[in-house]
Design a protein around this ligand. Sequence first.
Ligand SMILES: CC(C)(COP(=O)(O)OP(=O)(O)OC[C@H]1O[C@@H](n2cnc3c(N)ncnc32)[C@H](O)[C@@H]1OP(=O)(O)O)[C@@H](O)C(=O)NCCC(=O)NCCS
Length: 315
Amino acid sequence: MKILHYDEIDPQEAFMLNINALWWPLTPSRVEDLIKYDDRWSSDSLLYAVDKGKIVSQVVGLRIPTKTTDGEELSLGVAGVASHPSHKRRGFSTILMKELHDRSADEGMRLSFLLTRSSFVAYPLYVKLGYRDAVDVPRCTKPLIRRKKPKESILRKFRKKDVRDLDKVFERFSRDLYGHVLRQKNYFDWRLKISDSLKAMIYIVETKDGVGGYIVKRQLGADIFVQEMVVTAKKNMDRMFREIECGDKGDYITVLPLGGRKQIDYVGSRGYMTDEHSWEKVMVAPLKKSLAYKEISRMYGLKDGKFCLLGLDEF
Ligand SMILES: CC(C)(COP(=O)(O)OP(=O)(O)OC[C@H]1O[C@@H](n2cnc3c(N)ncnc32)[C@H](O)[C@@H]1OP(=O)(O)O)[C@@H](O)C(=O)NCCC(=O)NCCS
């Protein structure tokens, strides 16, 4: 068995594996775009286990700068974990993950994050490799209210010239949070370049003083899903929620408040049914024995609800 990079394997075979295992359409031009625009990606991000000329397993390793109580910490972000069904349970994912961990530790990285569901068969693999649940991805739901939207709307559609304001507002919003909050320069520029559908999902919170925040929301049928909200002032949150909670059709509005405990408490105070126990998890593992979980928890304010990994920063 050999361990190879993306430029050494057949991209069509890799595409097939990703569609098969993850329903992820990883085409050569997508890989090129990710490496070109997303600073977390590089040409060595994709690792493959190749056995007798066939791709049998894949793992993606990203270099992600994170914010801790002590400053900046470059962490590993693991994604794209997949084995071919013909080669399952033969230890290939374990070999690739261990190889990635060793390479990252050699580069000086001390810990690794990943996103998964505890209902997936991959969960015991991660636990065996030393990963533990860091936070659950909460879900909060409320019935839509049958009333007219307020006359003065605080939300408007996204315009191209908003990108700088969005970067600035995220910086203000994330000042007292830790985790995946160190977005690269001109973040929205590249984010919009690699996602065709995102533009239509961003709504700007427009106040008399300028851009006060944004939300990323989409309709699922007539119901509303808020995937990310970055609004700095409570009065603007109040106005925004009064507006988005109204619907003449649909049953529920669902919010994923991933911006720390403050967001969960806020939606709770608005009467949302909140389930903090979810199948969807952010997991973390030390890459160096000297780093204890307790220390990781302190670094990222896990117990104080200060950890943040918003929808757009998922990997
Ligand atoms: C999850 C997945 C990547 C595992 O790949 P793999 O090469 O078979 O993994 P390994 O052989 O290294 O398995 C290591 C351990 O993981 C656990 N594991 C793997 N597959 C499992 C399964 N089907 N049921 C229960 N545990 C499983 C076991 O603890 C296993 O150790 P063991 O065989 O000694 O008991 C593979 O099943 C897959 O591609 N699944 C679909 C895609 C996916 O869910 N990816 C993860 C997204 S977060």
